[in-house]
Design a protein around this ligand. Sequence first.
Ligand code: C2E
Ligand code: MG
Ligand code: MG
Length: 627
Amino acid sequence: MTPSDVSTPVKSGLLARQLRKSSKGDGLDVGRLLEMVDQAYGELDLERRRSERANRLMASELEAAMAESALQSLRFKLALDNMQDGLAMYDGDGRLVVANRRFAEIYEIAIEDCRTGTPIADLLDLSAELRRRPKRSRDDLRREHLRGPWSTATVFEQEWNEGRRIRVSRNPIQGGGFLETVVDRTDSYKAERYILHLARHDPLTDLPNRIFMRERMEDLARDRRGDTRCAVLCLDLDRFKDVNDVLGHGVGDKLLIDVAGRLAKNVRESDLVVRLGGDEFAVIQHSAGSKRDVGILCDRLIAALSEPFHIDDQVIRIGSSIGVRFVSARDLDPDVTLNEADAALYAAKAAGRGTWKAFNAQMGRDLSRRRELEQDLRTAIDRDQFVMHYQPQIDTRTQRIYGFEALVRWNHPHRGLVAPDEFIPVCEETGLINRLGEVLLRKACTDAASWPDDITLAVNVSAVQFRFGNLPQIISAALSSANLAGSRLELEITEGVVVEKPRNVLRQLRAIKKLGVKISLDDFGNGYSSLSYVRNLPFDRVKIDRSFIKDLESQKECLAIVRAVAGMCGGLGIQCTAEGVENEEQLRILNSESFNSVQGFLFSPAVPADEVMTLISSGIGVQVRAA
Ligand code: C2E
Ligand code: MG
Ligand code: MG
């Protein structure tokens, strides 16, 4: 081998030095030279293997990296395609980079058509929604969707065909382009709408409710165009409560639905029918031309509701009363107007039901007086302003007073003695009767404890007092604190008590009877009663309503009813009492009809507690009989 053959090692320092030495004639150490050449080859070989290994390593790393990246993009694709929401990424020019399967589904575009590079507008044109739309609305949707700038974050919701709601959230991405998330909100939108509907409608009749009505009134009042006249009608069903109690809530509910239907059918489309709650409805008559027009509407509604209802094979007759507030739209105030219509309704009901009344200033005064009354009653209970008067009850056989009925009077600081009819209904409506009833019962029991042992006490109890279910305990406590035997007390309840939750009332009546207390059915014949109550409930006495006694001498029908009631009581083995006996002729008839006892102005009105003993010793029953 010549030195020139050894190209690379020649450059190596040692070999070069050896070659220079030989060329200077210093003598060439061939062995050493070969050794060095060999060494150079060795180094070269090592170097080559090293580089080969490095290459292999690099290649396998590259391969691994490529496999990893394929896995990553597979994962990315899987994640994209399994997203609940549609997703599309666009570049700075609005060309598609990537879209997922859900995106294609929502827009109803074949996934193959969601090609990278497709402009957003073309993609939109491919969507079934756009294809389905008529031209104008297609352009609108396009315009809305493509409205820039795309570099700012925006959210918009679109209403699509078949009630679909699509929400698009657009977010710019760093370095240009933007990402769109597309959500099909149809189901949640419907649920939201339903909840919103529920909040503003009555679930039973699906009529708008009070909230809806308030909004409508506020809208009308805000609308300053022209001076629209409106009428707000407050409508209340007569005798609905009786139907509900006697025939059950199921029938009551169906009746309310039918009532809603009839009301809706009898107003114009621009009018609003509302269910305020219970058996109370309202109507806003929009653009009510004149008071006469309102009157025509009221008459029509009253007539519509007085037609019989056919529910579950039963024929039900109810009626309605209406209070009207006729007002210019700009004066509509949800609270004030409705209150005034309510005051008019109150007047309509007081005028005998089945009629309508328009609000006037007097009604307003009555309403505020009623509010004051409520407040005064609260104070009156706290200040103990109630007194008991007692009306004697006469046994027709012995012709003697056998007991007294306790009748409350309000000893008003300015008005003097106020009769119960003026305040008991208000106490019942406000629930005050519960407190008052207990106070009165205790008072009466305490008074009666000082009377002779054979004289009984009758106390009136309202239906409301049965609602809490603790009346037996209240009575038992009143008896023991007054030290009065239960057998000396009689409770007077009206048919209204019985029809309300009969089972709850029956349970309490039985418990009350266990205390030795007697039960009498007051004002019999005056309500929506069912004779089966008299049979099924533990009454000891029936008190026929005084309206039948009033015309006893003049009206044959009254006599027939009185006779029938006496016969019924005789047959059932219970006592029968006539109240409101005012003259001798009435007494004569009642005696001949075998009434057990009587009560009325003929003998005595209710007297203060301190006059009871005088009445007992006067023997009034005997005197009248003798006269
Ligand atoms: P009621 O229980 O039917 O009482 C009989 C009513 O008839 C009493 O009226 C009595 O004064 C009146 N009256 C008695 N005899 C005659 C008569 O010969 N002719 C006429 N025209 N009326 C007569 P009052 O005291 O005004 O009571 C009215 C109603 O108020 C009572 O009717 C009763 O439902 C209720 N009430 C009275 N006191 C109480 C009470 O303490 N608690 C409850 N919950 N209600 C009471
Ligand atoms: Mg009574
Ligand atoms: Mg009565």
